[in-house]
Design a protein around this ligand. Structure first.
Ligand code: PLP
Length: 412
């Protein structure tokens, strides 16, 4: 008899999770309508009324002096590199398990992403490997606060100080997180946040850079505003382009910011309950958030599965079965070595050819990130954690059901 929904059985969860972004909140509609009527749709002059208000509110919430709002959470990192003077021939160290944007951004600024593996207990950048990868061309580190974890910012900042490197935190998953009571994105030189549709502080598209350095903030504002001078004493344009965000998006972010603290608390409570339930499932390893995370605020919650306990099936097959059971679960990221993007033969970047040995996937080996992407990682989406105890119980029940009946799963 078939029990798994992927084979035609009844799903564990028949009703939908709460929508994300929130489609039933009239305050969002009113905020956009007001901008439409005002006629001030664009982001010029930069920052706009709503853009500036959101920058201030978000920077204060995280604990930075400045926020710089722009088009997305990829150009944020490109702009950060440019504001730091990072360009042609420079090297920027990034983790092997992240979204392609983390590598694309330094490349777009002209630099070479040097990729290192992640730690087995958090799947964030391995500080020992960062230190080993430093050369006299290294200019910056981009740690990624992945899923429900943060990179070890104590070690990263210590390495950066000793080697005189900049740190750009990729916080696309980490709005609201705090490390030793310091906000994510406020520990390094820059923090980069995404406001793309799926993210926990969203306006459909958008990104914010945080910094507490006045000069870096001014440079970043200038770069995203076609190079317009931001220092009143400075008449000259700098090298920039139009990366401004529209006021329509900014108005959505202002509402989202007001909703955010309560949503973050709700997710954290549900996340703890989910951890306790998931830890009971054979073959599932819970990777508890680092104890130095003093406010826990996550975008995805990531579990580790052992294919042996799932009749040899891998994470992609399990995620497909979870979807059939009514639970949104994904294998978000393959290891960086699996992307064609980093093959010098396909790249027109001169540095990619010059440093072929450091970019060629044939010479890259990231055992931890590869195991995570190829076999072990299961990402649970934010909406799972906004439907109270029942929301996470359904997710845990579905995973337990799949594990118990893993022999029924397709071969993948
Ligand atoms: C880790 C990480 N960095 C950067 C980004 C890029 O953000 P955006 O889509 O806003 O460009 C994402 C988006 O998914 C991400 O997950």
């Amino acid at each position: 008899m078939t029990t798994l929904a992927i084979n035609g059985g009844a799903p564990v969860r028949a009703s939908a999770y709460p929508s994300w972004p929130q489609t039933n909140d009239e305050e969002y509609v009113a905020a956009v309508a007001e901008v439409v009527r005002s006629g001030e749709w664009g982001g010029f002059p930069e920052p706009g009324l709503h853009g500036g208000a959101f920058e201030e509110a978000f920077a204060a919430y995280q604990g930075a002096r400045h926020g710089i709002l722009m088009m997305n959470g990829t150009v944020t990192m490109e702009v950060a590199c440019k504001a730091l003077g990072i360009g042609w021939g420079d090297e920027v160290i990034i983790p092997a398990l992240t979204f392609a944007a983390t590598a694309y951004a330094p490349m777009a600024a002209g630099a070479l992403p040097v990729i290192v593996d992640v730690t087995p207990d958090t799947w964030t950048i391995d500080p020992d490997l960062v230190e080993a990868a430093i050369t006299d061309r290294t200019r910056a580190i981009i740690p990624v606060h992945l899923g429900h974890q943060m990179a070890d910012m104590d070690r990263i900042m210590d390495i950066a100080r000793r080697h005189d490197l900049a740190v750009i935190e990729d916080c696309a998953h980490a709005h609201g997180q705090r490390w030793n009571d310091q906000g994510a994105g406020c520990i390094g030189d820059f923090g980069s946040f995404s406001h793309q549709s799926s993210k926990i502080l969203t306006s459909g598209e958008g990104g914010t850079l945080l910094t507490s350095d006045d000069t870096l903030a001014m440079r970043a504002h200038s770069i995203i505003d076609c190079g317009r001078a931001k220092d009143p004493d400075d008449k000259d344009y700098t090298f920039g382009a139009n990366y401004r965000l529209s006021e329509l998006n900014a108005a959505l972010l202002e509402v989202a910011m007001r909703r955010f603290p309560a949503q973050q608390e709700q997710r954290a409570i549900a996340g703890k309950a989910f951890e306790a339930m998931a830890a009971q499932i054979p073959g599932i390893t819970v990777m508890p958030a680092d104890a130095r995370i003093t406010r826990w605020s996550f975008y995805n919650y990531i579990l580790k599965m052992d294919p042996e306990a799932f009749a040899g099936r891998t994470n992609d097959v399990v995620c497909e079965a979870m979807e059939a059971e009514g639970i949104q679960a994904e294998v978000q990221y393959p290891a960086m070595s699996r992307y064609e993007l980093f093959q010098p033969s396909l790249s027109r970047l001169p540095v990619a050819v010059e440093y072929a040995d450091r970019l060629d996937p044939a010479t890259m080996s990231f055992p931890v990130a590869e195991a995570a992407g190829d076999r072990e990682s299961i990402y649970f989406m934010e909406t799972t954690f906004r439907d109270g105890e029942q929301g996470v119980r359904d997710a845990a029940d579905a995973l337990a059901k799949i594990q118990a009946n893993a022999g029924e799963l397709p071969q993948g």
